[in-house]
Design a protein around this ligand. Structure first.
Ligand SMILES: *Cc1c(COP(=O)(O)O)cnc(C)c1O
Length: 423
């Protein structure tokens, strides 16, 4: 087959992979629309948008044109002491799109780092205001906020991927999502008891992604935001997965009419073409860093910060949200996911079905042979990659209903096949 594959696999270290036992990765050579082409000529319909980034599908001509133009003009330049049009315009545009006075944009290159920056902002906000003891972060069960050390400490301690490192991470405070009156009271008690030590609460608004695709309603998010305000704690919304239409609104916070103090964006920010992330702060957060004292400044600055190619790509992606009916497409996907995944509930070994926007997640019960599931989907011509107890679909928003029907049919088929093997 490909002359690069076997020699390369002898040197690559793959993500989240037990490399002694996992099935070999599939060699992909091209992409177009919602399809991935493999080296052997087969094409897979993509059901998960390359870790939830490729909302316009692949190789969209408008994005390609933007990247090519920027590549010819200014591919990269350092961002200290210099500024460029793609970053300036993108910051202006994001500030206009985000709710309330979320208006200061700090660019980084990955979601985890954008969360690290949000944490730094939150801790230093209180330090700059003379309350340095406010440095703990409250996070929620089933949450996921990244793979770096500070963000690992905010992931679900039992179901998260990072239990191995417990003890080497800062000690943060876990809460249950306050989606019942009892849990709401318990959440308020945590904030009331520890408010002098708490800098911020961090939440994935409406849908918790990599921690198991758990969903909560806008009222729960509003409760969190109101409790934060009452107890003088900042609210960080990690919209890295939910941002840019995935839940049916451009931002999940919008649906709940919540304006967090800090928002993290990444994944679909560039429509899946180049890495970029942004941490966006409200006016009062930024204001706390203004001082005659150099030590009050935010000391952070990734080498590839605000990469012009990535910023130009994000612009092109935002153009597509304006020009093409993305949110209508998400609504249509939601309706189809609800209808076509509903029969999964009756399949033995299915514990729950959750749908929100362009996200459909089936939670499994019983023994799970993840590698077997992962091998089976490509045999059916689809790219679906379950994790933990979850088989999910998060297709590109441009997917046609026939292709989406093939994805949902594959989920039903594979779960039915698995049911016959369950004791
Ligand atoms: C993916 C994700 C992250 C981490 O982003 P990376 O770019 O992988 O570092 C953080 N938070 C949420 C909610 C995510 O979905």
């Amino acid at each position: 087959m490909s002359d690069w594959l076997t020699p390369g696999l002898a040197h690559l270290w793959l993500p989240y992979t037990q490399m002694q036992t996992a099935p070999a990765p599939l060699p992909v050579v091209a992409s177009h629309g919602v399809r991935l082409r493999l080296a052997d000529g087969r094409e897979l319909i993509d059901g998960i948008s390359s870790w939830w980034t490729a909302c316009h599908g692949y190789n969209h001509p408008h994005i390609r044109t933007a990247v090519e133009a920027q590549l010819a003009q200014l591919p990269h330049v350092m961002f200290a002491g210099l500024v460029h049009e793609p970053a300036a315009r993108l910051a202006t545009r994001l500030a206009a799109l985000l709710p309330g006075d979320l208006e200061r944009v700090f660019f980084t290159e990955s979601g985890s780092v954008s969360v690290e920056v949000a944490l730094k902002m939150a801790l230093q906000y209180w330090r700059n205001r003379g309350q340095a003891e406010k440095k703990r972060i409250v996070y929620f069960r089933h949450g996921y906020h990244g793979d770096t050390f500070a963000t690992m400490a905010l992931c679900d301690p039992e179901e998260g991927m990072h239990t191995l490192f417990a003890g080497s991470m800062p000690d943060q405070i876990m809460a249950e999502l306050p989606d019942t009156p009892e849990l709401a009271a318990a959440f308020d008690r945590i904030l009331a008891t520890h408010a002098e030590r708490i800098a911020a609460v961090i939440v994935e608004p409406l849908v918790q992604g990599a921690g198991g695709m758990h969903m909560h309603d806008p009222a729960t998010l509003r409760h969190i935001a109101e409790a934060c305000r009452r107890h003088e704690v900042l609210l960080i919304a990690d919209e890295i997965m939910t941002g840019f239409g995935r839940t049916g609104h451009l931002f999940a916070c919008e649906e709940a009419k919540v304006v967090p103090d800090i928002v993290c964006l990444s994944k679909a920010l560039t429509g899946g073409t180049l890495p970029l992330a942004a941490t966006v702060a409200r006016h009062h957060v930024f204001d706390a860093f203004l001082s005659a004292d150099p030590a009050a400044a935010l000391m952070h600055g990734p080498t590839y910060m605000a990469n012009p190619l990535a910023c130009a790509t994000a612009h092109a992606s935002l153009d597509l949200f304006e020009r093409e009916p993305r949110l209508h497409q998400v609504a249509a996907i939601e309706a189809q996911l609800r209808a076509e995944l509903e029969p999964c509930r009756a399949i033995p070994g299915v514990a729950a079905l959750r749908v929100k926007g362009a996200i459909g997640a089936v939670e499994l019960s019983g023994a799970i042979d993840l590698d077997a599931l992962r091998r089976r989907f490509p045999e059916l011509g689809v790219w679906i990659r379950p994790f933990g107890r979850i088989v999910y679909l998060m297709p590109p928003f441009v997917i046609g209903s026939d292709d989406l029907a093939r994805l949902t049919a594959a989920v039903r088929q594979v779960l039915a096949e698995r049911a016959t093997t369950l004791k």
